[in-house]
Each structure stands twice: as structure tokens, then as C-alpha cells.
Design a protein around this ligand. Structure first.
Ligand SMILES: [Ca+2]
Ligand SMILES: [Ca+2]
Length: 133
């Protein structure tokens, strides 16, 4: 198996959960990774949530095992907790849901041009035990 960390284009040095800082077997990744074709070019893209810093990183797959950092171009301005990647508005582009805190989610709509726009927040209901039921 070939080691491709340094040639992939994914700046793992920017991640707090940097598996390069630990000794093998490299399984202590504590963030969340989602793979989806965000721009519908047929190539898998990479979304990484760095848990300790609540930062989100987005990489566009180039199709040859390398990735391009599109985090800034994506325009996601909040830091949020683990996300869901799903086409929530059924337009064919995968959208992102971030958890802002215990009670709020934020939806980022994929505009299909590499950028995302905040579409709104969702308030979650407290658990029954928290409502005294
Ligand atoms: Ca893609
Ligand atoms: Ca969508």
C-alpha cells in the first residue's frame, strides 16, 4: 500500500486530529469525514470536521488521488459540530448541516458552483427528560 498523505493535497497538518502526530496504526482520528460529490463532476469530494477546533475543511476531488482545498471558496462562515451531508432540497447537490450547539442546527445550501449559502437555522426540541416528561 502506497503512502499518499503528502501527495494527496489534503493538508493534514492543518487538522488538530492529525494522524501524522501519532504512531502507527493511525486509527485515532477523532473528527468526522464525509465523502460526497459536492460539485457533481463525478469525482468524490472530501469534507472533514476537526473536532477539537470545530473547523470544517472541504476538498474537491481531482480524480487522480489528489484533492484541492476549497474551504475558503465554500463560504461556510460558522464553526459547527459534526455535519450531515445530504441533498436536502432535492436539487441534485449535496447540502451540509452543522450543529451549532445543543439546540441549533444550521443548514448550508450547496449552490452548485463550489459555494454554499446559509439557508437558515433549525431549533431542535429538548429531550423528553429535559422537558420534565
Ligand atoms: Ca466532485
Ligand atoms: Ca441540495
Amino acid at each position: 500500500m502506497e503512502e499518499i498523505t503528502d501527495t494527496s493535497g489534503i493538508a493534514v497538518g492543518d487538522f488538530t486530529d492529525n494522524w501524522k502526530k501519532i504512531a502507527p496504526p493511525y486509527f485515532a482520528v477523532n473528527g468526522r469525514v464525509s465523502l460526497a460529490d459536492l460539485d457533481r463532476d463525478g469525482r468524490t469530494d472530501f469534507v472533514f470536521f476537526d473536532y477539537p477546533t470545530s473547523r470544517l475543511f472541504l476538498y474537491r476531488g481531482l480524480g487522480d488521488g489528489r484533492f484541492e482545498d476549497i474551504t475558503k471558496a465554500a463560504g461556510i462562515t460558522v464553526t459547527g459540530a459534526p455535519m450531515v451531508v445530504a441533498d436536502l432540497d432535492n436539487d441534485g447537490y449535496e447540502d451540509l448541516v452543522l450543529r451549532l450547539d445543543e439546540r441549533r442546527l444550521v443548514l448550508y445550501r450547496n449552490l452548485g458552483n463550489g459555494a454554499f449559502r446559509m439557508a437558515g437555522t433549525l431549533r431542535t426540541q429538548p429531550a423528553q427528560s429535559e422537558r420534565g416528561q
